[in-house]
Design a protein around this ligand. Sequence first.
Ligand SMILES: *Cc1c(COP(=O)(O)O)cnc(C)c1O
Length: 373
Amino acid sequence: MNRRPFNFSAGPAALPEEVLQQVAQEMLDWHGSGMSVMEMSHRGKEFVSICEQAEADLRELLAVPPQFRILFMQGGGLAENAIVPLNLSRGGKVDVVVSGSWSRKSAQEAGRYADVRIAADAKSNGQRAIPAAAEWQLRGDASYVHLCSNETIDGLEFHELPDLKALGCDAPLVIDFSSHVLSRPVDWSRVGLAFGGAQKNIGPAGLTLVIIREDLLGHALPICPSAFDYKTVAEAQSMYNTPPTFSIYVAGLVFQWLKRFEYGGKTGLAAIEQRNIDKATLLYQALDHSALFENRVAPDCRSRMNVPFYLRGTHDTPELNQAFLDEARERQLLQLKGHKSVGGMRASIYNAMSLEGVHALVDFLKDFETRHG
Ligand SMILES: *Cc1c(COP(=O)(O)O)cnc(C)c1O
């Protein structure tokens, strides 16, 4: 078979080819059960074993401590923007650190259920850097503090999570890690709850991951739908209602792929993190050395996963942007168009993207520059 094109989609995003092949092989008959995973009862022993294995593998990969519960839910990141305040706000105060488009949306949605304050806003830095934690306007009596640890559209990433206690704030930290989950470790000592949609770095759309510290369960507002009450979901082992079974199965295969992943003398999450660092370094260096392209994010806030880039100065015309995207597609480099709200281009280089794929993109950037620069 010819090599598949390199797919730079921001999400739903590329999956490891090995996993897709395994899914194809197991499609009609999963492990001699005579059924596709899509056709099984979620309460049968086959699916329960798939689900338990996926949860155990995820716990191992991310080193999730025992006092945290892992929930497999539905609704995506946007639904969590409402489900989190319904469960954690207690109708009180919520402080949000806005570092880009997704955290801005979270603040808006939380405002329907709680008294929201924008504690800091990257807009004050022209959307090029995350405001320093020492400057955040946190309220001592906030129910929780929300941030998006990787802004998928703007390309800003927290390379260290804030220590809220050291900032004089006792509230739990909630992170939206949709677009960089499993690309690096999480410092659970600084987190109360993490959520993420699966379709960027985990598997197919439809699955939403919630990892929550046990003491935060059981505080949902009366209007919270039962299926979205974290305590109800936790007590039912994520089976209060039918979970997204096929997405959980594919995610489980991705977890196994990650566990055996080797790179640079490392295995598992450490290996994928090292490859992510190498891929991002290669791409940002090419952009920084280019006279035609640029990334505008401050180096210490640049995302390893989502790399927005633009044509410089007078080169930035609709025609040249389109020519870039057309030629990229001809070279088997897919889905490089920037988000409609910011324009330009964006390369999403999640876990499944190979180093070879980023080399192919960098070669194309250089080639395009010699012809159009
Ligand atoms: C994609 C994304 C979302 C939205 O997820 P949906 O599944 O479409 O609701 C939320 N937050 C971040 C950081 C994302 O990248």
